[in-house]
Design a protein around this ligand. Structure first.
Ligand code: UD1
Ligand code: BG6
Length: 379
């Protein structure tokens, strides 16, 4: 039931304050006067010790689920430090399920393999799970569908509880997957004196995230106006790095899969190694430059794009317009700032809205884009 919405994708974008609340329900613990704030993932509690002792974490998924895992890698590397690893973070590697299978890539018994899938039925991810089980890795599922093949066949896991997702383009599942992986990182990592402040800030940030999502959804009209400007374009580039490299890939995936406009997510650090050749006064480029440890590097990317007369749309933190838009003209989209590692949850939303409006304006099918299926059950 779409209720008052015209499309499921629109409804699911708007549902995110509620879906994120459900994802976190009962899993965050505020802590008493002398007790630390913490997380409780019922599905993992008996396996945490094995995960902590593993040699690495390897994420496996396809499409948007892969991008959600990529968004989580930096904070998992940072927060997964525990006593078994002498408090240094676990190595985290990434595998697109089909590529892992093509290579029969190395998966070892000492690995924790994390399978991320909204449907829990994607054929490539499922085959990769069988392969990892044969190799005797600990297999963990992060799925939205109770009773799905991946939920049933993993050793343990976490349901993201985002509610049923109908639009082929995944939106609310993406943000809930990232939130689950943030909770996973907090659960794996040890609560030490040195990490306490950071962990508390992330837990407080998680509590406040639904409010911040409500705030960023107010950009709807602004993104519709931007879509009107871009309606006839052939292509759109999206530059990101650090916590928001995944946001660039996922934003571009949203635009291409529903609006049928060519779009490419680019790691900003690779700009000079090819993509810069495409830059001129015509090609629209979105640059994600919210406030984090990579901010000054992104400022310098913006300056170099300005020097080539790039047509820029910059996503930045509230109040940063003047800092990102020096030395050239650009359109700025200001978003609320949250704890840096949770910022991908906020930053993807204007891009989801942009993809949605572009699709409607271009007259394409939003909920069932041509040639695509919600759940790809053949290899
Ligand atoms: C569980 C209940 C929830 C209840 C809560 C109360 C279910 C599905 N969930 O939630 O209704 O409110 O306890 O404490 O009954 N699993 C996998 N692979 C996956 C996903 C999950 O093996 O991909 C396993 C988990 O290891 C766990 C079970 O499925 O054994 C349920 O997982 P999850 O729903 O995340 O657990 P809780 O949050 O504890
Ligand atoms: C399909 C969907 O390609 O499968 C995407 O159209 C999705 O939206 C991808 O990201 C992976 O699906 P799942 O269910 O494994 O997350």
């Amino acid at each position: 039931n779409k209720g008052s919405y015209e499309h499921y994708m629109q409804k699911e974008i708007y549902e995110q304050p509620e879906s994120l609340t459900t994802t976190m329900r009962g899993r965050l613990i505020r802590g008493g006067s002398c007790k630390a704030k913490s997380v409780l993932l019922g599905g993992l509690k008996d396996h945490l010790k094995t995960i902590r002792r593993s040699r690495r974490i390897v994420f496996i998924g396809c499409g948007t689920s892969y991008n959600a895992a990529l968004a989580s890698r930096p904070f998992l590397e940072e927060l997964s430090g525990n006593i078994f690893q002498l408090l240094t973070g676990l190595p985290v590697t990434m595998e697109i399920a089909s590529d892992l299978l093509d290579r029969r890539g190395p998966i070892y018994r000492e690995d924790t393999a994390v399978f991320v899938s909204q449907s829990g039925e994607t054929a490539d991810t499922l085959r990769a799970l069988e392969y990892a089980l044969e190799n005797r890795a600990l297999c963990v599922g992060i799925t939205n569908t109770v009773g799905s093949a991946i939920a049933r066949n993993t050793h343990c896991g976490v349901h993201i509880n985002a509610g049923c997702e109908i639009g082929v383009a995944s939106t609310k599942a993406y943000t809930s997957q990232i939130v689950v992986m943030a909770m996973l990182a907090l659960a794996i990592g040890d609560d030490t004196i040195s990490s306490r402040t950071r962990r508390d800030a992330i837990i407080d940030g998680l509590y406040d995230l639904p409010n911040k999502v409500r705030e960023v959804l107010k950009l709807d009209q602004e993104m519709k106006d931007l879509a009107k400007l871009l309606i006839a374009e052939q292509s759109l580039l999206v530059f990101g790095r650090g916590y928001n490299y995944a946001t660039a890939l996922e934003g571009a995936l949203k635009v291409k899969e529903v609006s049928l406009m060519h779009s490419e997510g680019i790691l900003a650090g690779e700009m000079k190694h090819g993509p810069l050749a495409l830059v001129d006064e015509n090609l629209p480029i979105v640059v994600i430059a919210t406030h984090d440890v990579c901010f000054s590097k992104q400022q310098s990317v913006i300056q170099q794009l300005h020097a080539r007369k790039g047509r820029l749309i910059v996503i930045c933190s509230q109040g940063d317009s003047a800092l990102v838009c020096t030395g050239g003209s650009c359109r700025v989209v200001e978003v609320p700032q949250v704890e840096d590692c949770l910022q991908p949850v906020i930053n993807i939303i204007p891009l989801q809205l942009l993809a949605y409006h572009l699709t409607v304006l271009r007259g394409h099918n939003v909920d069932q884009p041509r040639n695509l299926a919600k759940s790809v059950t053949t290899e």
